[in-house]
Design a protein. Structure first.
Length: 128
């Protein structure tokens, strides 16, 4: 059984492949989108457990994606984790204000990345 379904919305192919590899290895089912519009479509169709959201993506940016999903009763219970190289304190606040439930900064901490995702998902499920 899969640990959960993760939608990765990321336009950088190298990052996408890395995230996919690291999470598949530990038993997640992975869905991929390369832009915000496709990400929203897949989120509504598949209702993943967690979304890893690059904030700088084409079509619809990550902040708008998070806002839209968190303002919709159908999708607001999806855990959204911002995945971004923006690491200034203001950027963190901006991501949380948009509705993100947490934050993982890039470049990824490869040995610990899957554990970070597990921890966010467990914490989110516990807060129910
Ligand atoms: Mn990007």
């Amino acid at each position: 059984m899969s640990k959960g379904c993760v939608l990765v919305i990321e336009d950088n192919i190298d990052n996408m492949d890395l995230v996919h590899f690291l999470l598949e290895q530990v038993g997640y089912e992975i869905l991929e989108a390369r832009d915000g519009r496709t990400g929203l479509e897949i989120a509504y169709q598949r209702l993943p457990d967690i979304i890893l959201l690059d904030m700088s993506i084409p079509e619809v940016d990550g902040w708008k994606v998070a806002q839209q999903l968190k303002n919709d009763p159908q999708t607001k219970s999806i855990c959204i984790i911002a995945l971004t190289a923006h690491i200034l304190p203001g950027d963190r606040k901006k991501a949380l204000d948009a509705g993100c439930d947490g934050f993982i900064s890039k470049p990824l901490d490869i040995p610990n990345f899957a554990g970070q995702v597990d921890a966010y998902l467990e914490k989110f499920r516990a807060s129910g």
